[in-house]
Design a protein around this ligand. Structure first.
Ligand SMILES: Nc1ncnc2c1ncn2[C@@H]1O[C@H](COP(=O)(O)OP(=O)(O)O)[C@@H](O)[C@H]1O
Ligand SMILES: [Mg+2]
Length: 207
């Protein structure tokens, strides 16, 4: 499966989710390729930290900030992997993807951005049938996710290109702690049970 974690907006958790999803799939025994489509290379950095710390399984990772290069590389190499997880590859990645996961934060200005992405989805679907697009809440405030969820679900309902995934991830330090160690939230010690549950529930929705 080719999955892109995308949003035209920064700071919504694309890299965090892409790295966690890639590691989770590798832990499940899949051959995974993580692609960093952002010139800042944050996903690549997390995987380098992981490699230097010697955490297994290792994750194959490449950075292609240039859309056409990303597209041609994925087209050439896709057969070698079970799952390809793309962090923010933009338009080029969407055309190749089976699933688009759009994290957004529980504030209305993030929700407005969904309109821009909806246009990209229309464009990708005109080239390639069957792109599934999901929106989900990331960094929901603890305790307030039910209100946020209701508001987000209502906002996403106005954007027919998306399906709203009722699998919010709340703001949890363990995501940042894990990233700093090159780990996924499933691997850190001591385990953050709630973060594990939320994250597994999220990936269970599309894998
Ligand atoms: N669920 C979460 N809980 C706490 N911090 C988070 C969560 N998701 C992301 N973050 C933090 O928010 C910041 C931005 O996330 P990042 O994944 O880099 O966003 P993007 O790739 O969309 O710019 C990072 O410091 C990251 O550690
Ligand atoms: Mg990023």
């Amino acid at each position: 499966m080719i999955l892109t974690v995308g949003n035209t907006k920064g700071g919504v958790g694309k890299t965090t989710l892409a790295v966690n999803i890639a590691i989770a799939r590798a832990l499940a025994g899949r051959d995974v390729w993580l692609i960093d489509g952002d010139r800042q290379g944050t996903a690549q950095m997390a995987i380098s930290i992981r490699a230097e710390a010697g955490h297994a399984p290792g994750i194959a990772c490449a950075t292609y900030p240039d859309g056409p290069a990303l597209r041609s590389q994925v087209q050439q190499q896709a057969h070698k992997f079970d799952d390809i997880i793309i962090d923010a590859g933009g338009r080029a990645a969407l055309i190749l993807s089976d699933v688009l996961l759009v994290p957004f934060q529980p504030r209305s200005y993030d929700v407005w951005d969904l309109g821009d992405i909806a246009a990209l989805i229309d464009e990708a679907r005109s080239v390639r049938d069957g792109l599934r697009a999901y929106a989900m809440l990331n960094c929901a405030d603890p305790g307030e996710a039910s209100i946020d969820n209701a508001e987000a679900a209502a906002a996403v309902a106005n954007v027919p290109q998306f399906e709203y995934l009722v699998s919010p991830i709340r703001r949890r330090k363990s995501f940042a702690n894990a990233a700093g160690q090159g780990l996924s939230v499933l691997e850190i010690k001591p385990a953050d049970k709630k973060a594990n549950e939320e994250f597994l529930s999220l990936i269970g929705a599309f894998f």
